[in-house]
Write a protein that binds this ligand. Structure first.
Ligand SMILES: Nc1ncnc2c1ncn2[C@@H]1O[C@H](COP(=O)(O)OP(=O)(O)O)[C@@H](O)[C@H]1O
Ligand SMILES: [Mg+2]
Length: 309
C-alpha cells in the first residue's frame, strides 16, 4: 500500500511511530505537511500537488491534523478522499468531532451517556441556563480548549455566573457541565481502532486538580476496560464516523460517561503505559480498508465524502 500521513511534523512521536509501523509492514509511506499540499478543483476532476509533484495514486491517508490547521487540513484530506484515497477518519467526521457542541449532540442522539451539558449565547439567559444544569459544582469548558486548558470548576452559583460573564466579555465560546465528583480526578483514555478498543489507560489528576490530562501533570497506567466501558467507547467513535479515535470516559454512579472524542489521539502516553503497538494496529486497520487502487469510483466517492452526486 502507498500510504500518506498528513502531519506538520515528521519528528513527533505519533508520526514517527506510524511511519515505523508502516515500513515494518512493507508499505511505502510518506509524511506530508498538509500546509504544503495544494489543489485544483474542477468539474473534470481533482488534483493535489506537493512541492511540484503530483500526489495521485495514494491508497490511503492517515490524517494527523492539528486543531490549529483544522480547516485547511480538512480541505486537503477531503481532496484525497475525492481522489479515491481511503482514510480511517473522513474529513466530514473530523469536522463534526472537532466541534464540541455538535459532537455532544451527535453522541447524545445515539443514546450515549455524558455529563449533562448546557450552552447558550445571550447573557440574559444565564440564570435559566444554570437552572437547567442544576446545582453546582459546574465544569465550564472553552469549546476551543484542549489538553485540559480552559476547563474550570466552579463550586457556587455566583462563581459560575461570574465565570460565564467573564467569558462572554472575552467573546469566548464555552459549554457548562454537571461535575462528576465520583470520577475522583481520573479518566479513561480508550484508543479505538475500528470496532475495538486496542489499548486503554487510566489517567489520574495530580493532587489538588480534577483534570486528568497528562499535559496537566496527570499520571497514567494501562488498564483493562470492562465490557460497558469498551462498548461505549466504540459506540462513541462510530457515532461520529471515526475509525481511529481517542475516547475519554469518566466513571460515574450511572455508568461510564463520554467526555470527549479526540480525532488525532497522541500515541506516546498510551503506547508507553500499555506496551501495545497502537501504531501497528492503526496501520493494519487502514491497510485492510484501502483497496490500493487509488482510483476514484463514483460510488466510493459518494459513500466516503457524504457528497450528493
Ligand atoms: N464534567 C466533568 N466532571 C468531572 N471531571 C471532568 C469533567 N469534564 C472534564 N473533566 C476532567 O477534566 C479533564 C479535561 O476535560 P476535557 O473535556 O477532556 O477537555 P480537554 O479537551 O481540554 O482535554 C478530563 O480529562 C477530566 O479529567
Ligand atoms: Mg480531554
Amino acid at each position: 500500500m502507498k500510504l500518506a500521513i498528513l502531519s506538520r511534523n515528521s519528528k513527533l512521536y505519533s508520526t514517527r511511530r506510524l511511519v515505523e509501523a508502516a515500513r515494518q509492514r512493507g508499505h511505502s509511506v510518506r509524511v506530508l505537511d498538509p500546509l504544503r499540499c495544494y489543489m485544483r478543483i474542477g468539474k473534470e476532476g481533482f488534483a493535489l500537488r506537493y512541492k511540484g509533484q503530483s500526489l495521485a495514486g495514494y491508497g490511503a491517508v492517515i490524517p494527523r491534523i492539528g486543531a490549529s490547521i483544522n480547516r485547511y487540513g480538512n480541505a486537503v484530506l477531503h481532496q484525497f478522499e475525492l481522489m479515491g484515497c481511503h482514510t480511517p477518519n473522513p474529513s466530514a467526521a473530523i469536522m463534526s468531532a472537532r466541534d464540541k457542541l455538535r459532537c455532544h449532540q451527535l453522541l447524545a442522539a445515539q443514546g450515549i451517556d455524558m455529563p449533562v451539558t448546557v450552552f447558550g449565547d445571550n447573557p440574559d439567559d444565564t440564570d435559566d441556563l444554570l437552572a437547567m444544569l442544576g446545582e453546582p459544582p459546574h465544569v465550564i469548558k472553552l469549546t476551543e480548549g484542549s489538553q485540559g486548558r480552559g476547563v474550570m470548576l466552579t463550586e457556587k452559583p455566583s462563581a459560575s455566573r461570574s465565570v460565564v460573564d467573564a467569558l462572554r466579555g472575552l467573546y469566548a465560546t464555552f459549554l457548562l457541565q454537571e461535575f462528576i465528583a465520583e470520577a475522583g480526578g481520573a479518566d479513561l483514555r480508550c484508543l479505538v481502532v475500528g470496532d475495538e478498543v486496542v489499548a486503554a489507560m487510566r489517567r489520574q489528576a495530580p493532587e489538588g486538580d480534577f483534570r486528568a490530562n497528562l499535559h496537566r501533570g496527570g499520571s497514567a497506567e494501562g488498564v483493562q476496560l470492562d465490557a460497558a466501558e469498551a462498548e461505549v467507547a466504540v459506540r462513541a467513535a462510530q457515532a461520529l464516523g471515526l475509525g481511529v479515535a481517542g475516547v475519554d470516559l469518566v466513571s460515574s454512579a450511572r455508568g461510564p460517561l463520554v467526555l470527549e472524542v479526540n480525532v488525532s489521539p497522541g500515541l506516546e502516553g498510551i503506547e508507553r503505559s500499555t506496551g501495545v503497538d497502537v501504531a501497528g494496529r492503526i496501520v493494519d486497520f487502514v491497510a485492510a480498508g484501502a483497496t490500493g487502487t487509488g482510483m476514484p469510483s463514483r460510488k466510493r466517492v459518494r459513500r466516503r465524502s457524504g457528497m450528493k452526486i
